[in-house]
Design a protein around this ligand. Structure first.
Ligand SMILES: [Zn+2]
Length: 227
């Protein structure tokens, strides 16, 4: 199991600045990994979590805590966890196994640079771009200030929403293309717990649109039934 990747700057990745607003997905791509089976929906897997703690208690804004600070600290924590799991499965996600960054259904995530050019890229490259982008943002003192008294910028929530969209897509690709491998190494109870925490947090704080989460709505519903 690997640790966190140290990602190059998004600007270094291909010499261009990559913008989250340019990320788009289309329905034209063909997913060739897992067309029909959705093993993550099988009851023997969907019921597996590492904790049955009250998730709602974990996601709500604690009394006396600033809303932006709460969003920021959770954004960092979710990034670290999802980056860690993605790294743990990275040996299974290569340009040959995953020539496109696909998700459930026929969703294909396409990275677009700041000149509007769509970059044809494999899943590992797409998610390298995504993680680099997020890492750059989280370490940008103007966006995620760490100094006492520093104010969060206008549009902070919008940036957080972009980060959570990329994190959701990372998990969507893992569930869609690498669930069996995650299950074989025993990571699936952790995935379910993290995914449930992520989706409940995003719903409570209105960070993802229903159309963004729709590809995994069946899993969200199935996990919700487990209580
Ligand atoms: Zn992959």
């Amino acid at each position: 199991m690997g640790g966190c990747h140290s990602y190059p700057s998004a600007k270094e990745a291909d010499g261009k600045t990559l913008q989250p607003s340019d990320i788009s997905s289309d329905k034209l791509g063909i997913n060739n990994n897992n067309q029909e089976a959705r093993p993550y929906l099988q009851q023997q897997y969907v019921c597996q979590r590492i904790t049955h703690a009250d998730m709602y208690a974990l996601i709500a804004l604690p009394p006396g805590v600033d809303k932006a600070e709460w969003l920021a600290s959770n954004t960092v924590a979710f990034f670290k966890h999802i980056n860690l799991f993605s790294s743990a499965l990275s040996e299974f996600c290569t340009p040959s196994t995953c020539p496109t960054a696909c998700g459930p259904g026929n969703a294909v995530y396409v990275w677009t640079d700041d000149h509007g050019r769509k970059l044809k890229c494999s899943a590992p490259l797409y998610f390298d771009y995504a993680m680099s982008y997020i890492q750059d943002l989280l370490t940008d003192e103007d966006v995620f200030p760490t100094k006492a008294g520093a104010k969060f910028p206008t549009g902070f929530v919008f940036m957080v929403q972009k980060v959570f969209l990329l994190l959701f897509r990372t998990m969507a690709h893992i569930y869609w293309s690498h669930y069996t491998q995650a299950q074989q190494v025993g990571l699936h109870p952790h995935l379910n717990t993290l995914f449930m925490h992520l989706t409940l947090f995003c719903r409570h704080h209105e960070l993802l649109d229903p159309e963004d989460t729709e590809p995994l709505q069946d899993l969200i519903t199935a996990l919700g039934r487990q209580g």
